[in-house]
Design a protein around this ligand. Structure first.
Ligand SMILES: [Zn+2]
Length: 179
């Protein structure tokens, strides 16, 4: 696994290349940048998802989308590390540390009272690429928390690494000043 360092925070990152099956049934090799501590668990969970028949639309690093989450989501891309704040907020996302990943955004929306992203996304358990409770259980078994379990908002696409202190809840530091 290739190793990288986040240019903003110095976070140790790894580039993983998981095999997945896309929506057309083709086996592909993806590329995902994750926090070094989360790399093995991510590979293991993705392998279990593949064995369970879960399909992934696309898996490219955020740099291919200029670190623009809207562009990445609109392309139905699955991504982990992305140096950014939480959508519409002034604090960093767990994605900024590579401690979270999003799968198939078009089938697994992020819904808050003030947000439904990406545009046109629909959660339907019968649809290909949807994170059902059974698929979420695979991730939980590998130490992840699922955004589909949240209360005040629901983020079906989102898994955060639960074995890290910094992923255990609350805002990350440093906070990004509001503009
Ligand atoms: Zn996310």
């Amino acid at each position: 696994m290739k190793e990288l360092t986040c240019p903003h925070l110095g976070t140790p990152l790894k580039v993983i290349r998981p095999e997945y099956v896309d929506f057309d049934g083709n086996t592909k090799t993806g590329e995902m940048v994750v926090h070094a501590d989360m790399a093995d668990a991510t590979l293991a969970a993705l392998a279990d998802c593949k064995a369970a028949g879960f399909r992934i639309a696309d898996m490219q690093p955020a740099e291919n989308f200029d670190y623009d989450d809207d562009k990445s989501m609109a392309a139905n891309n699955s991504v982990a590390y992305m140096y950014r704040t939480v959508a519409g907020r002034n604090f960093l996302s767990h994605h900024a540390l590579g401690l979270a990943l999003d799968l198939n955004p078009m089938q697994n929306p992020y819904i808050r009272p003030d947000l439904h992203a990406p545009e046109g996304s629909v959660y339907d358990e019968a649809a290909m690429g949807t994170i059902t409770p059974a698929i979420a259980t695979i991730w939980k078994n590998h130490g992840f928390n699922w955004g589909g379990d949240w209360n005040s908002s629901v983020d079906y696409m989102h898994f955060s690494w639960g074995k890290s202190d910094i992923a255990s809840g609350g805002k990350l530091t440093p906070e990004v000043p509001s503009k």
